[in-house]
Design a protein around this ligand. Structure first.
Ligand code: SF4
Ligand code: SF4
Length: 386
């Protein structure tokens, strides 16, 4: 393998086995040392926004959100490095950032260090590289002096995994994110380009991935909390994701955002330099990655050119959402479904199969874990794929 150039993005990896404060803070210092320490990224007196994965208000043991000790340690290091103000922000799928942050265990650190919890406000950004001329992103991220991206290692039923790049799509505020799921979510390679475009505009100074305990199986909200035992950090979020794919033993191009970046986005990560242990030595055993069996796996051609056929094939092949016994009929999935494919009948949600675009927002954003994903469609089973 050719040696990476001196300007290639650097990713630091470190084993970290638990979330005790006296484990996490020293581990974060060691993790960032090969990158020049937190002070290399924080302008003195500047406004810093920490962007955790705060998808919904869930306690830390569920591994739905970035762990509060990772957020606390990142804030501590940013303040030590001379930040003038440190805020925590995200646009959760359910509720406000402040209510989700309280439930996720961020309140104590916020109070202790005077951190503000901010709600995002959308501002338009031009995206000439996309078929859509504009995208919205959070003003608070675009105007920050430094964004520190704090993703969580989780499986993702639509995009395979949510890592550093996908976490930045949380910087597309509120309901607009769902509109993008609808417009681009029918075509995953295109959706990956939208995610990449948002990440490229937000351009975090640093990404620190929490993989001490991650989520496998039916992520990003209803999977299993599983120890993974490591941290990863780097300036280039695509490089961080590529290194994490190496740790998990997966082909980098299987991650839609990395595959899309090869054709349409940043490519510096192809030449990344690693610091720390060999990725294979950090590999968590038996990590359960969701099967993605969809038309979009084949480039989205049928979706784009033959939409009527695509609806029927998608219905037969792609795993479909299905309410389970935890569902209490609250109707939130009906309200947020970007394709308006859910009706409430007899106090239970019913999915109109042909209208469902398989974005899995209902699965991701159900507050009770009440929406499962059926393993495979009828056609997939007949073809021996399920
Ligand atoms: S699946 Fe979840 S969001 Fe939908 S009605 Fe049931 S509990 Fe509510
Ligand atoms: S029913 Fe669920 S998976 Fe289907 S389009 Fe609506 S939110 Fe997406």
């Amino acid at each position: 393998m050719a040696e990476a150039g001196a300007g290639a993005p650097r990713v630091s990896l470190l084993a970290c086995g638990d979330y005790r404060p006296d484990t996490v803070l020293p581990a974060m210092r060691r993790l960032l040392a090969p990158l020049g320490g937190m002070e290399a990224f924080i302008p003195r007196g500047g406004r810093v926004v920490l962007k955790p994965n705060l998808v919904m208000g869930r306690p830390p043991e569920r591994a739905v959100n970035t762990h509060p000790e990772i957020v606390r340690a990142a804030a501590r290091l940013a303040l030590e490095a001379g930040a003038g103000r440190v805020a925590i922000g995200d646009s959760p799928g359910v509720g406000s950032a402040s209510s989700a942050a309280r439930a996720a265990g961020y309140a104590a650190a916020a109070e202790e260090m005077g951190l503000e919890i901010i709600e995002f406000t959308p501002v338009g950004i031009a995206t000439p590289e996309l078929p859509f001329p504009r995208l919205e992103a959070a003003r608070e991220l675009l105007e920050a002096d430094a964004v520190v991206n704090l993703p969580k290692l989780k499986t993702h039923s639509q995009m395979l995994l949510t890592l550093a790049v996908k976490n930045l799509f949380g910087g597309v505020p509120g309901a607009r994110k769902l509109q993008w799921h609808y417009r681009a979510g029918r075509d995953r390679p295109l959706f990956a380009r939208v995610v990449n475009a948002a990440a490229a505009r937000i351009r975090p100074a640093l990404s620190i991935l929490d993989a001490v305990i991650g989520m496998d199986g039916a992520g990003p909200t209803a999977g299993r909390a599983r120890p993974a035992g490591f941290l990863a950090a780097g300036t280039d979020p695509w490089a961080v994701d590529a290194a994490v794919m190496d740790v998990l033993g997966l082909e980098r191009e299987k991650l839609f955002t990395l595959a899309a970046a090869i054709g349409h986005g940043p490519r510096e990560w192809l030449d990344l330099r690693l610091a720390g242990p060999n990725p294979a030595d950090l590999r968590p055993p038996d990590w359960d990655i969701p099967e993605l069996r969809t038309l979009q796996m084949h480039g989205g051609f049928v979706e784009r050119r033959l939409p009527f056929l695509a609806r029927r094939l998608r219905s037969g092949i792609a795993p479909a959402p299905l309410p389970n016994a935890l569902c209490n009929g609250c109707g939130h999935c009906r309200d947020i479904c970007p394709a308006k494919a859910i009706r409430l009948a007899g106090g239970r949600p019913a999915v109109v199969d042909l209208d469902c675009i398989r974005c899995y927002c209902c699965h991701e954003l159900c507050p009770l874990g009440g929406m499962d994903i059926r393993p495979a469609g009828l056609l997939a089973r007949l073809l021996g794929l399920g």
